[in-house]
Design a protein around this ligand. Structure first.
Ligand code: SF4
Length: 178
């Protein structure tokens, strides 16, 4: 790592930085503006060679909204009341992982691996790969990503059939008024 590289705990100086939106796997070019260590604006980057300023409302609202949302989950929680009652108790990561592993093993044993299903929102390196590998290790092929619910599956079909569908062309229809 170079001296200028950021680590997870370093805070960026005030300024506007070119980056990539990861709210979905389209990965549009973005500009993140930082003030006092917080992202205060997340905007399209019209100079990005691929998305060329195409952006959607999820990208604009997603990063600051999720990162600083008061209801954001930062640690595992176990339901502490009746379902729907809204009562939760914090548990450690070790407890959470142990309990999840036990319960998944019970379901697998009782109903078979295909009874276990997963869904996530990112198709690339982070969330979906972890989920896909976890489910594969359990023996279930049943997992889905955000693109199973949006235009992504249409784009994949179009490419598989030889149609010309560029990501930038798709996202250009998703411009949001700011
Ligand atoms: S389509 Fe929207 S959510 Fe997806 S990468 Fe682009 S701006 Fe982000």
């Amino acid at each position: 790592m170079t001296e200028t590289a950021f680590t997870a705990r370093q805070v960026a100086e005030d300024g506007t930085y070119p980056t990539t939106c990861w709210e979905c796997s389209t990965c549009c070019g973005a500009l993140a503006t930082v003030r006092d260590g917080r992202v205060v604006d997340f905007a399209p980057n019209r100079y990005h060679p691929y998305s060329k300023g195409a952006f959607c409302i999820k990208g604009i609202r997603g990063a600051p909204g999720i990162t600083y949302g008061p209801g954001r989950l930062l640690h595992p929680m176990r339901r502490a009341g009746a379902r729907g009652e809204g009562k939760w108790a914090r548990v450690s990561w070790d407890e959470a992982l142990e309990e999840m592993a036990e319960r998944l093993a019970q379901v697998r044993q009782k109903y078979g691996p295909e009874a276990i299903v997963g869904a996530t929102s990112g198709a690339y390196f982070s969330r979906s790969l972890i989920l896909a590998l976890t489910l594969r290790s359990i023996g279930s092929p049943n997992w889905m990503i955000n693109q199973d619910l949006c235009g992504g599956c249409r784009a994949v079909s179009a490419r598989a059939m030889g149609a010309s569908t560029s990501r930038a062309a798709r996202t250009s229809k998703m411009r949001a008024a700011r």
